[in-house]
Design a protein. Structure first.
Length: 82
């Protein structure tokens, strides 16, 4: 049986529970999600390391419940394009 996919709000709560975020937005349709995440934990990390950090927070859910997660990740003070 396939686990139920989280809602965008549930995914946002999961990320917030494991990562200090000064901004966190998650949208999606239950299979594909898009997140904008600003966290001090990203300071000094490249994009791949930032994404791995988020995947680590989501753990098994990333493999079992989330089909696709696109992310824009920033450290505080970095410009965020509109």
């Amino acid at each position: 049986m396939t686990p139920t996919a989280p809602t965008p709000d549930e995914l946002r709560a999961l990320i917030a529970a494991g990562l200090d975020c000064s901004r966190l937005e998650v949208d999606g349709d239950g299979r594909h999600y898009f997140a904008t995440i600003v966290s001090p934990a990203f300071a000094g990390l490249n994009r791949l390391a930032r994404h791995r950090l988020v995947y680590g927070v989501l753990g098994e859910r990333m493999r079992e419940q989330v089909h696709a997660l696109s992310m824009r990740t920033y450290a505080p003070g970095e410009p965020i394009p509109d």
